[in-house]
Design a protein around this ligand. Sequence first.
Ligand code: ADP
Ligand code: GLC
Length: 516
Amino acid sequence: MGLLAELLNLLKVKSMPGYKPYNSTLPAMESLPPMKVLFATSEARPLVKTGGLADVSGALPGALRDSGIDCRLLLPAYPGVLDSLHKPRECLRLDHTPAFGNVRLLQADMPDSTTPVYVIDAPGYYAREGGPYQDIDGYDYPDNALRFGLLSWLAAHLAATETPLGWRPDILHCNDWQTGLAPAWLRFMGGRARSLMTIHNLAYQGIFPASTVAQLALPAEHFHMEGMEYYGNLSFLKAGLFYADRINTVSPSYADEIQHEPLGMGLQGLLTMRRDISSGIVNGIDTVFWNPGADPHLPHTYSSDDLAGKNICKRALQEDLNLARDARTPLFGLVSRLTYQKGIDLVLAIADWLVARGGQLVLLGSGEATLERAVHDLAARHPGKVAAVIGYDEGLAHRIEAGADCFLMPSRFEPCGLNQMYSQRYGTPPMVHGTGGLKDTVIDATPQALAQGQATGFVFDGETPMALQATVERMLALFADTEAWRRLQIAGMRRDFSWESSARQYVELYERMIRG
Ligand code: ADP
Ligand code: GLC
């Protein structure tokens, strides 16, 4: 930021009543309290994770605190969460909540930072075997409306005028459908706090039968089209999008794409109507946890100044997964939830050809049973050339990012995507479908971008196996040119994907919200 812009920024912030300027180079003004943000989420790394939402919830609040914001997390006390927290203490006891019985709120610091976290202790809802949303057999819990209704209700209750806590947020920052009812409840309860609804993935909307309205003690008069109703059902996400003061999503391109079919997924009308209060902010990544220079999961670390360690990582990955050990064989990696969204079927469609063309493939993921089976069968057909690990393995995810030559991410849609940023940082140029955050974070290796030293990966249009195959050909040609390939790797490794710039954009957004 230029000096003038910085000064103007400070003046702007200073003129806001009652808030300390963030990132200020001026001495802190003790009389002005920092802006307070309650970040409500259903998962946060390292406490509980099923996908990118946890990575974001685990990192963004800390980055906001570094910017001078008093940001605190709120999430359910699943069993793993309680085990990971150091001495959580009771800070609130609520007897006779409208629909959820007795609830306790515990407070602690996040295990790897000083970010305060409030966890909702309601064992009847959260003390379950299985994941945060599904049982061990992969079925949604039948009472998810109540489980995440409670999360939403409590988030609103803590932000409302009548909050029972000595700390009331200025901003209630909600994430995905699990917190979608919070902006609605906040509106019904009343209060000064403003609500932000962040869409991480519009494919999941939290739709439940109309009878849920009474079950959650929601005001029935708001159950209509201009409110929480969606084709006769209750939609958590629609409620959030309807009642929030602002909406944002995790990349500018996805913010545009969801204004239309098909990616609007039925909500394009509402999103278009609320276009003026919507925006997109690309996620950052945790550059401490995802750092090839100091990654404890790797057999050898490396940096953009010396990539020798990356060859060791490749060799170790080939060895560990019983692939032929060959430094020059192009090794493709994929780490993903195995769902339609991620375009895994496109990879499956070209995999036999890829192997015939001399490539190796490593896949790590879990999800839909048919895709898991297909991935497993593919590996069985190509011993020594394709390796598949079905499951969730954080260490292996890091080793694939480091050991592969090229990272595959042909997602049909991708609100932001994190792996393509991790892979650039690990010197593993990603190959991505040009959609959403993938388009916004990968610079395609066009002749021009290569000549300018800007290219960091491969972007293809059209979600077809043919388009992917043609891009693999493009990649193989570049891979054969050692010098050009090295420049591509280094350009990606030197990009700044840290949270700093995204956090700054969130702070600006919060300020705009407060100013109304
Ligand atoms: P999404 O949230 O849609 O799944 P993202 O790219 O935003 O996609 O984030 C996915 C996160 O989950 C990344 O940190 C990725 O490494 C991780 N991940 C996904 N599947 C696995 C797996 N099977 N094992 C380990 N990590 C995984
Ligand atoms: C969702 C999206 C993914 C995004 C993540 C974090 O899971 O599918 O694209 O990166 O949320 O915002």
